[in-house]
Ligand binder design. Structure first.
Ligand SMILES: C[S@@+](CC[C@H](N)C(=O)[O-])C[C@H]1O[C@@H](n2cnc3c(N)ncnc32)[C@H](O)[C@@H]1O
Length: 317
């Protein structure tokens, strides 16, 4: 690898899943932002050099940012107004998050822009949202490649999670050199991800819901989901997409049966399904609901690392 470390800007950083993958690939983080103070507790526990700046992205002034080579953002998907964009995205005044990214790209002109989002971003608002994003990046002189990658196919984790990845290069040469990663064979199964010893609090054995769950949750090493009023089995042999609301009790709670009974996945197991290394730490004073939200909102680190490796190759060559 080249001795130059490429510098990255971590926006909408959450707990730093994207940062983890990019740092594994050799990038160096120089600034991080998110407006969620609970994310900061987790983020700062894991990264002690560049800490998370907690504020609305709209409040970040480009001139206060250090120079960087790549902008990273797994931003929330919102509807954009084409009319607003045509009037000039900088004065829509509606706080559209993508336009905040674009403002910083326009001012700082990094070599690379890396965006991650839900797969539906492509079809969102009949494709208009995606078109605005790609047109806006092209207008700023970026050449763009886009792909949808499933974590189970690209990250060697047994989680079905399809996400869209948008990579924009300022250099046409780097753009031509860049290829999304190849599929990798899935070598981990659900049992590989489970913890050996699990705290009683994750079990439903003595709860009022137990009888209802017992009717639906029958096989071991299969992930089920509690869908408000019923249990859904996942036949694919992988975990369904972990979501931000999975810890809220009512919906999408991932369930599993083991020798001791029926239980939720633990936050650590969810982090493993997201490809986080076990060295990644979670604050012991944060409620589990917060941890599930942070992990569900995050990314599959192993997929990010593969894409980051490819970006590194493209900009080094
Ligand atoms: C999908 S999550 C990104 C997770 C992150 N990529 C990770 O690996 O953990 C989106 C993040 O955007 C943050 N966010 C939403 N609106 C924001 C705003 N206006 N300013 C700063 N952060 C914001 C949320 O707090 C959330 O952590």
């Amino acid at each position: 690898m080249n001795s130059k470390k490429f510098k990255s800007l971590d926006l909408f950083a959450g707990i730093g899943g994207i940062r983890t993958g990019f740092e594994q690939a050799g990038f160096q983080t120089v600034f991080a932002n998110d407006f969620d103070a609970y994310c900061k507790a987790t983020y700062d526990l894991n990264f002690n050099n560049i800490l998370l700046k907690v504020c609305d992205v709209a409040k970040i002034k480009s001139e206060e940012l250090p120079d960087f080579d790549i902008l990273l953002a797994g931003f929330p998907c919102q509807p954009f107004s084409i009319a607003g964009y045509r009037r000039g995205f900088l004065d829509t005044g509606r706080g559209d998050l993508f336009f905040e990214i674009l403002r910083i790209v326009k001012d700082k002109k990094p070599q690379v822009v890396f965006l991650e989002n839900v797969k539906n971003l492509k079809s969102h608002d009949k494709g208009r949202t995606f078109k605005i994003i790609s047109d806006a990046l092209s207008d700023l002189g970026y050449y763009i490649k886009v792909d949808v990658l499933n974590s189970a196919e690209y990250g060697n984790v047994p989680q079905n999670r399809e996400r869209v990845y948008i990579v924009g290069f300022k250099s046409e040469n780097a753009y031509n050199n860049f290829k999304f990663p190849e599929k990798v064979k899935l070598k981990k199964n659900i049992a590989d991800v489970l913890e050996g010893k699990v705290d009683e609090k994750y079990y439903y054995n003595n709860s009022l819901m137990y009888e209802k769950l017992r009717e639906g949750v029958k096989s071991i090493n299969t992930i089920y989901q509690w869908r408000r009023t019923y249990v859904r089995e996942n036949k694919s042999g992988v975990c369904p997409t972990l979501t931000a609301n999975m810890g809220m009790g009512g919906h999408n709670v991932p369930l599993i049966k083991d020798k001791k009974g029926i239980r939720k996945l633990t936050p650590r197991e969810c982090a493993r399904f997201q490809g986080f290394p076990d060295s990644f730490r979670f604050p012991t004073n944060l409620a589990d609901t917060k941890l599930y939200k942070q992990i569900g909102n995050s990314v599959t680190v192993t997929v990010i690392k593969s894409v980051a490796d490819q970006i590194m190759k493209a900009i080094e060559s």
